[in-house]
Design a protein around this ligand. Structure first.
Ligand SMILES: *Cc1c(COP(=O)(O)O)cnc(C)c1O
Length: 356
């Protein structure tokens, strides 16, 4: 089933076999990988190649997520599985993917790098899926549909029943990118349990956002053993370095801390949203299930430039179709949010003076 979707060159590929994956037993003397046996020119030892399949870390993540370790792939950020899925399933110059705009920019960039066509199906007015439009855009060469939930830059969760409906009616891969799922109050994904039922589903999550580990670059892909096997076959052999494997292993003990940051972020998000809504230069603050707000301004460029002069950087999304005059504002610490609101209040005073 999955094999039918796969590129033939990948189906026929014999993966590179690294020294560390050929021998996995317990031995004392490792003369198999041309490493420096004397030590490392660094404080912490890193002279040995890392575990290519990150087995220990996957066991811990499996426990946390309630999913079999064999259904987990770890990548150098979520960007790695996004790229690998395209390289495994889409024939360059022939196949295409569908993305639901406005959405995360990396799906399109990864597709273009791989010479894969991108079909854009706009989200509805309230940024939900238009299931019928998506299905009519799909053709025999559509291999992957990317859904982002909560969606970046709009901030909203996508309706579960629409995801299930696409899984039932589309024969290719469905990727659900849940980079912001830890900000959803239940804390749990509605898509992960669907892996039991659907072999063509891939769920992406990351340590870059709520876990506060963006600099380590660790993304997770959850899928059927069959898809995980394909990703493992084509990844570079040692894609996750030892420092990242160790640090994330230690970080997993602090899931409670992540929860309390998420609670605080939601509290601050509601406060910032309420404060923004009363400014006359703000047209609309969209509801958010993530750690950012999409805000429609009367003149986004003017607000953006003003904030920059005050040393505050937000994301200007005003040139993105369906996000005209919108800024995407990340929720920061209480003090940072206060500084943002104070700067906007000054901006408001300035506008009032000019009008008078
Ligand atoms: C931030 C973000 C990611 C995370 O990417 P990493 O490579 O894991 O840092 C993935 N998807 C979306 C939609 C994001 O906004």
């Amino acid at each position: 089933m999955i094999e039918q979707l796969l590129r033939t060159n990948i189906l026929e590929l014999t993966a590179y076999s690294s020294a560390r994956s050929e021998f996995t037993g317990a031995a004392g003397i490792f003369l198999d990988a041309n490493e420096n046996a004397f030590g490392s020119a660094a404080g912490t030892p890193c002279n040995r190649y890392p575990d290519p399949l990150q087995k220990e870390l996957k066991l811990s993540i499996a426990k946390l997520k309630g999913i079999a370790a064999g259904k987990i792939f770890l990548g150098n950020g979520s960007d790695e599985p996004i790229d690998l899925l395209m390289r495994a399933f889409c024939v360059p110059g022939k196949d295409n993917i569908i993305q639901l705009s406005p959405t995360y920019g990396m799906y399109e960039v990864a597709a273009r790098i791989n010479d894969i066509a991108v079909k854009n199906v706009p989200l509805t007015q309230d940024f939900q899926l238009d299931v019928n439009a998506i299905l009519s855009a799909a053709d025999a060469c559509t291999k992957i549909i990317f859904i982002c939930s909560p969606n970046n830059p709009t901030g909203n969760l996508v309706a579960d029943e629409d995801i299930r409906s696409l899984l039932d009616r589309f024969n290719g891969l469905l990727v659900v990118d849940e980079a912001y799922i830890d900000y959803v109050p239940s804390g749990s994904s509605a898509s992960l349990p669907l892996l039991e039922q659907y072999e063509r589903l891939v769920v992406l999550q990351t340590f870059s956002k709520a876990w506060g580990l963006a600099a380590l670059r660790l993304g997770m892909a959850f899928a059927s053993e069959c898809i995980i096997g394909i990703l493992n076959k084509i990844k570079s052999p040692y894609n996750i370095n030892t420092a990242t494997q160790r640090t994330v292993q230690a970080a997993l003990k602090h899931a409670g801390k992540v929860q309390s940051w998420a609670d605080l972020t939601r509290k601050e998000r509601n406060r910032v949203r309420a404060s923004l809504s009363v400014f006359p230069f703000v047209e609309k603050v969209y509801p958010s299930d993530a750690n950012f707000l999409l805000v429609k301004m009367k003149d986004a460029d003017e607000v953006y430039e003003y904030l920059l002069r005050k040393g505050i950087v937000v994301r200007n999304r005003s040139r993105v179709p369906q996000c005209e005059n919108c800024l995407r504002i990340t929720i920061g610490t209480e003090a940072e949010n206060q500084a943002l609101l104070a700067a906007l209040s000054e901006f408001n005073d300035m506008k009032n003076k000019i009008e008078r």
